[in-house]
Every structure is written in C-alpha cells, then in structure tokens.
Design a protein around this ligand. Structure first.
Ligand SMILES: [Cu+2]
Length: 300
C-alpha cells in the first residue's frame, strides 16, 4: 500500500505554520512542498521482474491532487474507494488521485532485472516531479510475466440504484477566488457554498440539511461545479455509482464514495439512501470544507 501524504515544511524540516490561510482556502487549499509515501520521502521501491503486484494507493493529503504515471508499465485498476470495478487501464495513462481517494491497481512488473522506471506526478502544470522509482532487483526474474489479464474482484453487496424511480437533485458548488479577482461568495465568513448554504469549521448541527431523503429512495445528485477550482466531493455512509459526466453517461458506472468534480464541469451520481441518519457531504480539500463546502444529507 502507498499512503500518500503531502507536507509543507520549513527550511529546518519542521511543519510550517500558516494553517487556516483564507486566501489559500479560497483557492486550491494548503498544498505542501514534500510528498511522502507511508511516512517517508521515497527513493525507490524494489520490485522483481515477472511479479504481479496488487497496489492500493491512498491519497491522504489535505489538498494535493495527484496524477500518477507509471513509466514503462500498464497498471490495471481493479477497485476504487474499496469497491471492485471492471478491470481497466488507467484513463489517459494516469491515475488521477484526489484527496480521500483510494484505488487498487494490478501492476505486472514487465521490466528487466536491473532496470529503473519512474513514477511521476504531473497534476499541477509545470510542477511535475518524480514520486518514486520502481527499481528492479538484479538476478533472474522471479517468474515469467503473466499473459492473462487480472480477474475481476467479486462485488460487495451494495443496493442497486433504481434509476427509473429516482429522485433528482441539483447541487451547485459555489464560491472561491476567481483568478485573483476576489471572492464570489464571501459573506458570513464562508468562502464556499453548496446551493447557497455553508456549514463551516467543525460544523453547525442545528443547520438544516441540504437534502432530506426517505430511507430506501434512489437519489441522483447532479453536482455542478460553478467554481474555478477542483472539488473532491465525499459522501458519508454510502457508496454511489458515478453515472454521468457533463451530461454524457459514464459507461463504467463504477462505485465510489468520493468523486472529483473539475472546474465548470458536472458529475451525476446515484445511490440508494438505505442508511438512516444525518450524513456529511463535503469537499475533501480540508480548507474548502472548513470554509463552507460542507452540509448534511438527512435520511429518515
Ligand atoms: Cu473543494
């Protein structure tokens, strides 16, 4: 497993101050200058030619979005957010990994003994960097690479959304800084809003829910990002199917519990509200969540 974190360190290697910066919170959130895997700045990961590795990647950063490219390899995605999916190669050759996201990859180590292959992250324009090297051990391969594709994992028991009977809700993601032109929202101390509502800080339990849904009901949520920034939206208590992007159906319809909504784009998700209670629905960029992009969905 690769547990990816991102830290802002000062010259002495200490965690830099300046948390809760409003300007930063209105933009991308606090992004660090040091990325670690499993708590260490990684140099190399040792692999053996011919082996098939199942790798779970977790983005545990506050705000950093990663786009991982495995040079010389063709990873196959077999699960997102702990839910199996139809095995498929990386979209556009890269694993887009938003905060809170997990992905399970099968990687066939098709390189030769002694070779080194880079894994890079090139999400932020002009700020690509090497995350880690896959370093092949010298000596004979452990085995021949497997010709057969990885099998599909068996599905978890999740209730299937009944789209014909679904209720539809639009959720507009609003606010933030606009290319340095100031706040779009900005009132009442909130930087971000959903449908004009903003829960901030550690939350306000007496605030009315964003939505109230009857238990057992299928819900389709159309998430419309009206802002200039990326938002990884996370729903508690449920997994949902990602059914559409910008009005086009998503043929894979994979299950997730966090979905990245790019600037000015829209994402449709569907789930059965089978878990009663007040559930948080929020952006997983912590600075965005704490400054307004947070709400509850009540299932009763
Ligand atoms: Cu956000």
């Amino acid at each position: 497993m690769w547990f990816i974190e991102d830290w802002r360190l000062d010259d002495g290697g200490r965690i830099a101050g300046g948390f809760g910066n409003r300007m930063e919170a209105g933009m991308s959130g606090r992004i660090g200058n040091t990325v670690t895997i499993n708590g260490r700045v990684p140099g190399r990961v040792s692999v053996r030619a011919g082996e098939r590795v199942r790798l779970r990647v977790v983005n545990a950063a506050l705000a950093r979005i990663a786009s991982l490219r495995f040079k010389g390899h063709q990873p196959i995605v077999v699960a997102y957010d702990g839910q199996p999916c139809d095995p498929h190669p990386l979209e556009d050759g890269r694993l887009l990994l938003r905060p809170a996201m997990r992905a399970d990859l099968i990687i066939d180590m098709t390189g030769k003994p002694g070779q080194t292959h880079r894994v890079i992250d090139d999400f932020y324009k002009d700020l690509a960097y090497k995350l880690v090297d896959l370093a092949y051990e010298a000596g004979p391969p452990g085995r021949e690479p497997r010709p057969e594709p990885p099998p599909k994992l068996s599905a978890n028991p999740l209730p299937e959304p009944d789209l014909a009977a679904a209720e539809h809700h639009d959720i507009a993601l609003q606010g933030g800084m606009m290319g340095g032109m100031g706040m779009m929202g900005g009132m009442h101390g909130a930087t971000w809003k959903m449908n004009g509502m903003a829960m901030t800080g550690d939350g306000q339990p007496d605030m009315p829910p964003l939505l109230t849904v009857k238990r057992g009901q299928t819900c389709v949520l159309a998430l419309r990002n009206e802002t200039a920034w990326w938002h990884p939206m996370h729903l508690h208590g449920h997994s949902f199917r990602l059914i559409g992007r910008n009005g086009e159906p998503n043929p894979r319809r994979e299950w997730r519990d966090t979905v990245l909504v790019p600037p000015r784009e829209s994402i449709d998700i569907a789930f059965v509200a089978d878990n009663p209670g007040d559930w948080m629905f929020h952006c997983h960029v912590t600075d965005h969540q704490e400054t307004g992009m947070m709400a509850t969905i009540r299932i009763s």
